[in-house]
Design a protein. Structure first.
Length: 494
């Protein structure tokens, strides 16, 4: 470092030799992970030196090195204090400024951290550690393009390391450059198969892009039951299996999560979600009850319990649960999607925001999870609302729900296809438990004649499309789907 060499020239021979001896003692300690011992040695040296003016240069070097030790020991505030004292004593090196930058970043002061990194990079413009540090602060400041530039410079200097590629992949993701993000994340996952974070992030990206099958292949590499990301990866894979129509595997992973992480409410929310889709209402309510007990503030828990109660005929209990669920945004979708959650709203993903609201509840206050919308259910249970609905479900307009499932051409929106395939294959079990009011005007016996379990995805979608077109024409059991016409609403009530 040029700045360090210039400062060394200001040492007397005595102090230079003292510093060299001290450095030779510190090097094996720092390399061996004994930062605490190194800090003690530096502190003892400072105490014996005193504060005579002629020792200022050496004290500045020692303070900078001790700041590095404090940083290693996660004592960010103390590290910043030592770095500042070193700078005040005139040791303005890239190393010291970088330590101040890292400490400020860890103290959640990205603006100040950026200033330190800017100054450090003026002295050492190609230092990859400084470039990475500034990139992280720029991400916090939402200056993503500048962060991408810094990471690209670091990669050119250090090579395509998994850490740098993974970080740049997340930056690309935040910028909406999803092809570039996937390329970097895939490369990072291949380079570091033992570090599941990259595979997990890639799987999340593929999920929000609607590539469920690809996401399933990728997430397998992130499922390590003893690893840091095991819980997230197992739940995500369960959800992906559910979307892919593989109920047995979805249930297996949800049960595994509940066994490995029995104190996590999300485990039981996901398990209840899977059981609801399979029509196992008693088990779903039991799992949801467990989730409520573990975390009474979690809206997702009330959402799945409300769904199981409603489908089991307990409309009053369901109403209370949906009211409670609608007070806060669902949290499990955000947990499952991680950094990819930011892609859900306002990004060029190629599918409608309402799909993800139904699938995962990401998008607005009170949105539900797994296809259940608390606001819609609250209307259905008599809380008001202008829409008309079937007998026993005042306030609910079924066409509003159908419009969120189908596009204008009458096709099931892409990511919802596997969900509805599973739901319809279990239709007989589900209909057995529906409250009578939900099938008002519908010939239940005629519906039960359809053997959905033997149908292909295309056949199920074709039947659904026909049903939607009939409903849209106004000839269905719920009347016209035009919610702007008050006459239609009145006809639905009769």
């Amino acid at each position: 470092m040029v700045a360090s060499e210039q400062r060394d020239e200001q040492f007397s021979d005595e102090y230079r030799q003292m510093w060299e001896r001290l450095e030779s003692e510190l090097e094996p300690l720092l390399q061996g992970g004994a930062a605490h011992q190194a800090e003690q040695r530096l502190t003892a040296t400072l105490e014996t030196m005193g504060e005579a003016p002629e020792t200022a240069g050496l004290r500045a070097r020692i303070l900078a090195r001790r700041a590095e030790c404090w940083l290693e020991l996660d004592e960010s505030s103390t590290a910043l204090d030592d770095a500042r004292k070193s700078l005040e004593l005139g040791y303005r090196s890239g190393e010291t400024l970088g330590i101040a930058g890292w400490a400020s970043y860890q103290l959640d002061r990205p603006g100040r951290a950026r200033e330190y990194f800017d100054e450090a990079l003026k002295l050492e413009s190609g230092d990859s550690t400084l470039l990475t540090g500034r990139a992280l602060t720029l991400i916090e400041l939402e200056e993503y393009d500048h962060a991408r530039v810094d990471l690209t410079r670091a990669i050119r200097r250090e090579g395509e390391t998994a850490e740098l590629l993974g970080l740049r992949g997340e930056v690309y993701m935040r910028m909406g450059q999803l092809e570039e993000a996937a390329e970097d994340l895939r490369a990072a996952a291949e380079q570091a198969p033992d570090e599941p974070e990259y595979a997990l992030t890639l799987a999340r990206l593929l999920l929000v892009r609607g590539n469920v099958e690809q996401a399933l292949k990728v997430v397998d590499g992130a499922v390590d039951e003893g690893g840091e990301f095991a819980f997230e990866a197992i739940l995500l894979r369960s959800h992906l299996y559910l979307l892919a129509g593989q109920g047995d595997q979805a249930r297996t992973d949800a049960i595994r999560a509940s066994n490995l992480f029995p104190d996590e409410a999300f485990s039981f929310v996901q398990l209840a979600h899977v059981q609801l889709t399979e029509g196992k209402l008693g088990l779903a309510e039991k799992a949801a009850e467990r989730a409520v007990l573990l975390d009474p503030s979690l809206s997702d828990a009330y959402l799945v319990r409300g769904a199981s109660r409603q489908m089991g005929g307990d409309a009053e209990g369901a109403k209370e649960d949906f009211e409670r669920a609608s007070r806060a945004q669902a949290e499990l979708p955000l947990f499952l999607l991680g950094p990819a959650a930011e892609l859900v709203e306002g990004s060029p993903l190629g599918f409608d925001k309402s799909i993800l609201e139904m699938l995962s509840g990401v998008g607005g206050e009170g949105q539900g999870f797994g296809g259940f919308d608390p606001a819609a259910f609250a209307q259905a249970f008599g809380q008001g609302g202008a829409g008309a609905g079937p007998a026993g479900m005042p306030g609910m307009n079924p066409m509003n729900m159908l419009d969120r499932i189908f596009d204008e051409g009458g096709n099931i929106r892409g990511p919802l296809k596997p969900f509805f395939e599973m739901a319809f294959k279990n239709a007989p079990k589900i209909m057995e438990n529906l409250p009578p009011g939900m099938l008002a005007g519908v010939d239940k016996e005629e519906l039960e004649q359809f053997d959905f379990s033997e149908m292909s995805s295309e056949e199920i979608e074709d039947r659904m499309r026909q049903f939607y077109q009939i409903m849209k024409s106004g000839n269905g059991p719920f009347g016209s789907g035009d919610d702007d016409d008050p006459d239609d609403s009145n006809e639905s009530d009769t």
